[in-house]
Design a protein around this ligand. Sequence first.
Ligand code: ADP
Ligand code: MG
Length: 738
Amino acid sequence: MDRFQKDRPVLETPIQYIKGVGPRRRDLFGRIGIKNAGDAIYCLPWRYEDRSAIKKISELIPEKEETIIGTISASDVVVTRRRGLKIFEMAVSDETGMMYAKWFNQPYLKKLFRNGQKVMLSGKVRFRGKGVGGRGSGVKPYTLSPIPYTLHPVPYTLLMENPGFEIIEVGEKEIQEQTPRESLHMGRIVPVYHETYGLNSRQVRHIIKEILDQFLDKIIDPLPDHITVENRLIPLKEAISNVHFPAQGTDIDLLNRGESEAHRRLAFDELFLLELGLAIKKMAASNEEKGVRFNVDGPMSERLIEKLPFKPTNAQLRVINEIRKDMASHHPMNRLIQGDVGSGKTIVAIAAMVIASENGYQAAMMAPTEILAEQHNINMKKIIDSLGIRSCLLVNGMGQKEKKETLKKIAEGEAGIIFGTHAIIQEDVRFKNLGLAVIDEQHKFGVMQRATLKKKGYNPDILIMTATPIPRTLALSLYGDLDISVIDELPPGRSPIETRLFYESKRDEAYSIIRREVAKGRQAYIVYPLIEESEKSDLMAALTMTERLKSNIFPDLSISLIHGKMKSGEKEEVMSQFKEGKIDILAATTVVEVGIDVPNATVMLIEHAERFGLAQLHQLRGRVGRGSQGSYCMLMVSYPLSEEAKKRLSVMVRSQDGFLIAEEDLKIRGPGEFFGTRQSGLPEMRVANIIRDASLLERAREEALKLIAEDPDLSSYPELAANLNKKWKERLELITIS
Ligand code: ADP
Ligand code: MG
């Protein structure tokens, strides 16, 4: 352990000891999470400006990004007549001419500038409207200090809108006689940092420079040389130095996209540490005290498959075999099953559970909602019973007495297969001998739950199922410690789901499609957005709408509402009636989002579809199209739609492929939003972007696995071990090497 806790004194020098940082700035830095020199070094610019060529105003070319230095001759906040926009405008001149700059909705800028001050402006040059004040622009003319237009070689004025700016303090050297300090801010590609209140980009730049001068030489590159070489990475010091102060001639677009050589190196380091941590975790798991070694050749799983009303797909059989191999080994299984909505994951899990049971161990399946747990229990009971295995259901909504009895059955081993919700992992649940734990729809659970469930058994095998089709690269980083199986085939005979957008004006048409399907003997879902089950107003809306459906719209049909606030007995009742075809239209909140399987339901109307995320819409839609009849998904939307909502919905209409949809979702929302960092356990990335750097991530993973296979405790790489420890310290005791 020692070697992982070695101090890193150099980079941990507190920020306030850096020249130019006093207690006040220390606090400002603290607010953005920068406590020491090392933090500051990794506070990367969020963009770059090419100020290597400072132009004279007379040389400016419209429509190009340019940088000038000039003196403020006039400035004011003006308010547009029509829309009341506040615009801060200034006139700036140099010895060759004058131009304007304006900033929208930032009237406070006025306080920052004084007439006579020197400023540098960087931005896209545009023509300004006709003459002073630009009559056409709606801006009231105001008086400008009269730098004669005649100095300007062309008879129009130029303008920059929302340019980047820097005030050149009095006393600072003129650009012509660049001192080293001045060259930080001008005459080069300049890093622009996020400004926090009271600390501007220029000040941050100074301080970063100070830190680099002082510490850069002391940074030790932790990457083994062969990895740096094979992956064509530049040395760490060079990367750090260039990411802040790019060398002359660096491609500014690459920099701004975060794809320069310097970024690539730093991103690799970050991804490599992540993958190294996961590799070690995986290794530790497989070295852990032995798990259960199941005999997988018993007759039970064969018998299960014979009893199924269908033939498993090849993908299902393949995944069952992968699971059997894991179960036969004495290493505890940690396997993730990915399969799109409706690909038939349940039965694959049941096959594994049956094997555990045949070996005299208990198997539990945890689902995110009571409805789903109940459905698993109902659907599977017959087949499980017929194999002579006893099963039970454990959810929090059940009566006290019943629950007590169930807990007893579980503790005494009378129940071999247990279906349930997170109730399964609560304090009061004792298993006799849990040998296999299955987590269904795992993306709906947090990371901690997996760990808790694991503790309920003696190193039980773990099977995790998710329908969120995570792109492979992401799965690697998110679940890098798991083995992954993919069910990449839908059962035969499924027909496509026709998906369409409906605006309010077409509501009647949507209803008539429902009516037509019901007339054919099919069933329908109408889904209301109720993202948080606690949202009272949403629940009210769902209730009112259901009443309207019953009394006005479909008075002749049988309609029931199901929502999360109902008692579990009631929910169970409604679901089984729907399943038996006694209910024509199931009005529902998002409790039906995952897992529900009623093949006779062929039409779904989603109200306020614009309020749902893509993943959720895809899951919801997966409730229909489960039989061989053609199905419909109608997305009812309210006008106007945001750009993002339009994108999302058009993806839904276009595609039914979960992987494609997930990829689009990721593009629209970015990885942080997509997973919700908290829930995913995905560490926050400072440099890397999992989408942009997908191929780098794969390389990092390969290298990490190779390195750990060769040197499991990183004994030849103490620097790396130290960095790793620092990075993973707070993360769920992920690293268990000693
Ligand atoms: P999911 O992967 O979404 O959990 P389910 O396990 O709920 O999917 O299966 C969806 C439906 O497909 C169920 O009705 C199930 O009985 C059925 N099913 C599963 N496998 C097959 C198969 N090989 N052939 C036909 N139907 C299948
Ligand atoms: Mg399922």
